[in-house]
Design a protein around this ligand. Structure first.
Ligand code: FAD
Length: 488
C-alpha cells in the first residue's frame, strides 16, 4: 500500500521535500498556513510593479535543476535562468563605484584600476574560497551532521587534515584584512557574512566559502524572477501528484507512543505514515510540538539578522543601476555593532537595492523601476519598530539622494514595507530571522536541529532553521538530506 506523508509548510524546502518524496513513491500532502506557496520565496504586486518578496540572489541553480531531473523531466521545460555578467554594482559615498564582473579577469582589473589592489589578491582570495568549499561542502552541506557515518567516511577524514586552513580560528574580517590592502575590498568581502545573516566581525573566516558561489560558480537570475523558483517547483510537485491544502495552519503534530501519526488542522486529525516539518523549529516547538521534549540548547541559539525592506515603485529609470546594487556604510564595524549587539539600526546603513525590471522589463511600467530597497536589521526583540522604520527610511532616502544625486522621495509611486515583525507573522520565522540561527561562532553549524527527530519516530525536518541552514541552496539541500534518510 502507498505510504502517506504530510508536510507542514510549503516553503522552498517543503516543496523540494514534497517532490523528493513523491518521486520515492509516497502519497504527499502539504498543509500551508498561507493561501499561497513559497513562504519567504513569494512575490507581491503593487500598482503596475511586481516584486520578489524575499530572496533576490540566486546561486547554485543546479540544485533546482536536480529536482526536475530527479523527476525525469527536462529543467528547461519548467524553469529558465541566465548567468549574470555583473554580479553586483558597489557604491561608496566618496564617489567610488565598482562592478563585480563575473569574469574574474575583468573583476581583478576593475579592482586594480579603481582601488589599486593587486589583481593577484583577488585571485588568491577566490582560490582560498574554492578550497574551503571543496573541503567542506561534501561534509557539511550534503550530509547529516547527526549520523556517525558522516564523520567516519573518507571525505570527512580528508577534511580533518585540512582543518588548519579552513578559517575556523580567525574571523572573516581578520582573514579579509590579511588578504586585501584596501579597506573597501575588505568591506566588500566582509559583506558575504550577511548572506546568511551573520556578523563579519564575529563569524569564522570559514564563511569566506560564500564568495566562491557568487564569483567562481556565478550569480544567476531566473528569467521570470525569483518567485519562479517557487512556482516552477510547485508545478513540478503538482505534476507528480502532490496535494496542497492552503490556508490550513497545522495546530499540532499527533504523537502516540513516541511515533508521529499525523497532524491536527482546524481541530481535525489527519493521519499519515510520516510527518515532515518545514516550519521554523523554534516556533514549531512552541506550538505544534509544545507537548514534546524540547531541545533547549538548540532552540536557544542566537538567530540571524532580519531585514527591513521598502518595496518602491520608482517612476524613473536609473541607467547606472543594475539588478544588484549595494550602497556601503562608511562605518561597517559600527553598523554591525548596532545590528548584533545594540539591537537597533545604525544611522548610516548599507543599502541593498534589487531591481528585477533591469532584467525583466514587465516588472515595472515603461520608464519606471521596481526597487526592492533593503537594509540588514536586528531580529525582532520587541523594539519600537515603527519609530526605527521611520528613522531608517529618512536615512536611506538621504543616503541614496547623496550618492545618486537625485530626490528619491518624489519618485516613489507606490510603497509597501516588510519588517522583522511581518516576516515572522507571514512565515512563522522566529524573531523574523531570515536564515534561522546566525553563524556567529564556530560551533553554530553543530547547533542546528537535525533533519529528523531523535525522540519521535517518523518525524523529519527541513528548511532554513535546521541543518545545513538558511538560504535557498541550503534549504534545498536540507530536503535532500532529509529525504535520503527515508526509505523507499
Ligand atoms: P519558509 O520560507 O520559512 O516557509 C515556511 C512555510 O511554512 C511558510 O509558508 C509558512 O506559512 C509555513 N508554515 C509555518 N507554520 C505553519 C503551520 N503551523 N502550518 C502550516 N504551514 C506553516 N536566500 C537566498 O538564497 N538568497 C537571498 O537573496 C535571500 N534573501 C532573503 C531576503 C529576505 C527578505 C528573506 C526573508 C529571506 C532571504 N533569503 C535568501 C533566505 C531564504 O528566503 C530562506 O532561507 C528560505 O526561503 C526559507 O525556506 P524554508 O523552506 O525554510 O521555508
Amino acid at each position: 500500500m502507498t505510504k502517506k506523508v504530510l508536510i507542514i509548510g510549503s516553503g522552498i524546502a517543503g516543496i523540494a521535500s514534497a517532490i523528493r518524496l513523491a518521486v520515492k513513491g509516497y502519497a504527499v500532502e502539504v498543509y500551508e498556513a498561507n493561501d499561497y506557496p513559497g513562504g519567504k520565496l513569494s512575490e507581491i504586486t503593487l500598482g503596475g510593479y511586481r516584486f520578489d518578496a524575499g530572496p533576490s540572489l540566486f546561486t547554485l541553480p543546479e540544485q533546482v535543476d536536480a529536482l526536475f531531473r530527479l523527476a525525469g523531466k527536462k529543467p528547461e521545460d519548467y524553469f529558465e535562468y541566465e548567468k549574470l555578467e555583473v554580479a553586483c554594482h558597489y557604491f561608496w559615498e566618496d564617489g567610488t563605484r565598482l562592478k563585480a564582473f563575473a569574469d574574474l579577469n575583468l573583476f581583478a582589473e576593475e579592482v586594480q584600476t579603481k582601488l589599486g589592489e593587486p589583481s593577484g589578491h583577488i585571485r588568491e582570495a577566490l582560490r582560498k574560497s574554492a578550497f574551503i568549499y571543496d573541503s567542506l561542502a561534501p561534509l557539511f552541506m550534503n550530509r547529516s551532521l547527526h549520523k556517525l557515518n558522516t564523520w567516519t567516511n573518507p571525505q570527512a577524514m580528508k577534511s580533518y587534515l585540512k582543518m588548519g586552513k579552513l578559517g575556523i580560528f580567525s574571523t572573516m574580517n581578520e582573514a579579509n584584512k590579511k588578504q586585501f590592502n584596501h579597506p573597501k575590498l575588505v568591506q566588500l568581502f566582509n559583506r558575504y557574512a550577511t548572506y546568511n545573516g551573520s556578523n563579519p566581525f564575529e563569524t569564522p573566516a570559514t564563511l569566506n566559502i560564500i564568495p566562491h558561489l557568487e564569483f567562481n560558480i556565478g550569480a544567476f537570475f531566473p528569467k521570470k524572477g525569483m518567485h519562479d523558483i517557487t512556482m516552477s517547483l510547485y508545478k513540478l510537485s503538482k505534476d507528480l501528484g502532490v496535494k496542497y491544502h492552503f490556508g490550513q495552519k497545522v495546530e499540532k503534530v499527533l504523537v502516540e507512543n513516541g511515533e508521529a501519526k499525523g497532524v491536527r488542522v482546524k481541530g481535525e486529525d489527519r493521519f499519515a505514515d510520516l510527518v515532515v516539518n518545514n516550519m521554523d523549529m523554534v516556533n514549531a516547538y512552541k506550538t505544534i510540538l509544545k507537548d514534546q521534549k524540547q531541545p533547549k540548547l538548540l532552540l536557544s541559539q542566537p538567530k540571524s539578522s532580519s531585514a527591513l525592506i521598502f518595496y518602491w515603485g520608482i517612476k524613473r529609470d536609473f541607467p547606472e543601476l543594475d539588478l544588484h546594487n549595494i550602497f556601503f556604510s562608511a562605518n561597517y564595524p559600527v553598523e554591525f555593532d548596532h545590528i548584533f549587539n545594540r539591537g537597533t539600526i545604525y544611522e548610516d546603513p548599507t543599502i541593498y537595492v534589487n531591481i528585477t525590471s533591469t532584467h525583466k522589463a514587465d516588472d515595472a511600467p515603461p520608464g519606471g523601476m521596481n526597487w526592492f530597497t533593503m537594509i540588514n536589521v536586528p531580529n525582532n526583540q520587541g523594539q519600537d519598530w515603527d519609530h526605527l522604520i521611520a528613522e531608517a527610511k529618512r536615512n536611506i532616502i538621504h543616503k541614496l539622494n547623496r550618492i545618486l544625486k537625485t530626490d528619491i522621495e518624489s519618485l516613489i509611486e507606490v510603497e509597501e514595507i516588510l519588517d522583522p515583525r511581518t516576516i515572522e507573522s507571514k512565515t512563522s520565522s522566529a524573531q523574523g530571522a531570515l536564515y534561522g540561527n546566525s553563524s556567529n561562532n564556530k560551533f553554530a553549524a553543530f547547533l542546528r536541529h537535525a533533519n529528523y527527530s531523535s525522540s519521535i519516530k517518523n518525524l523529519y525536518f527541513c528548511g532554513g532553521s535546521v541543518h545545513p541552514g538558511g538560504g535557498i541552496p541550503l534549504c534545498l539541500l536540507s530536503a535532500k538530506i532529509m529525504s535520503e534518510m527515508i526509505g523507499d
